[in-house]
Write a protein that binds this ligand. Structure first.
Ligand SMILES: Cc1cc2nc3c(=O)[nH]c(=O)nc-3n(C[C@H](O)[C@H](O)[C@H](O)COP(=O)(O)O)c2cc1C
Length: 210
């Protein structure tokens, strides 16, 4: 287990793809602990509208991975076309990492899908904000709790192109429940992660007015 200060945890929880240990299973008890931490997140009106679908069954993972890869292939082709055939070096690195994960998606040790009650796409804007604001904070808490236990996660959303099909695979009632994302989860290889390059904070912070 890494020994991290709160700021180290918050600044080094990266999208883990190439360093995911695909061979090592994650005990259900560890995943349960991470969900318990996630369920301490704040929610609109204290509604706690969440459900967490944790998938470790190989057949179901393989079925989900087929939809993910289909969506990823279309997304990757669009990106290259939009960039005029060639990506810049930083985007190219990210794309190579994302492709690696997409190709091995069926092998990830655990897929965790934080869901929220109701169909958020059928709500007015403030209802959508309440729903997304409630589930996203829980999802990120899951990622932080996982990292604190030596697990790597990657927040993914591309399977949502086929949300209905994935709902069917998992027995989720599509009309009553919105899937927010799919967190690929497994132990990571290597020791540490570094903070990522970011814009100058003074260019992005606005005191008192924009
Ligand atoms: C809303 C959201 C959607 C994302 N969707 C995907 C995805 O479908 N597939 C993927 O490989 N990564 C996905 N990512 C991961 C991002 O690519 C990653 O967080 C970003 O490149 C920064 O990398 P870092 O976290 O290592 O700094 C997503 C991240 C967020 C926040």
């Amino acid at each position: 287990m890494p020994n991290l200060t709160p700021d180290e945890l918050l600044t080094t929880t990266r999208a883990v793809r190439k360093r995911l240990d695909f061979e090592r299973p994650v005990p259900h008890e560890v995943l349960r602990e991470c969900v318990a931490v996630a369920m301490q997140a704040p929610t609109a009106s204290n509604s706690q509208p969440w459900e967490f679908v944790v998938v470790t069954d190989p057949a179901r993972k393989a079925a989900i991975a087929e939809w993910y890869l289909k969506s990823y292939d279309a997304y990757a082709a669009d990106r290259v076309a939009a960039a005029g055939g060639a990506l810049d070096p930083q985007t190219e690195r990210m794309a190579s990492s994302a492709r690696y994960l997409a190709d091995r998606f069926h092998e990830v040790p655990a897929m965790v899908i934080p869901c929220v009650h109701g169909r958020l796409d059928r709500r007015p804007p403030e209802g959508q904000a309440a729903g997304w604001g409630s589930i996203v904070q829980a999802g990120w808490s899951f990622c932080l709790a996982a990292r604190a236990r030596g697990l790597g996660t990657c927040w993914t959303t591309l399977h949502l192109t086929y949300e209905r099909e994935v709902a069917e695979i998992l027995g989720i009632s599509y009309d009553d429940v919105t899937q927010s994302c799919l967190l690929t989860t497994g132990y990571y290889t290597g020791e540490s992660f570094r903070p990522a390059p970011r814009d100058d904070i003074d260019a992005r912070i606005h005191w008192d007015a924009w």
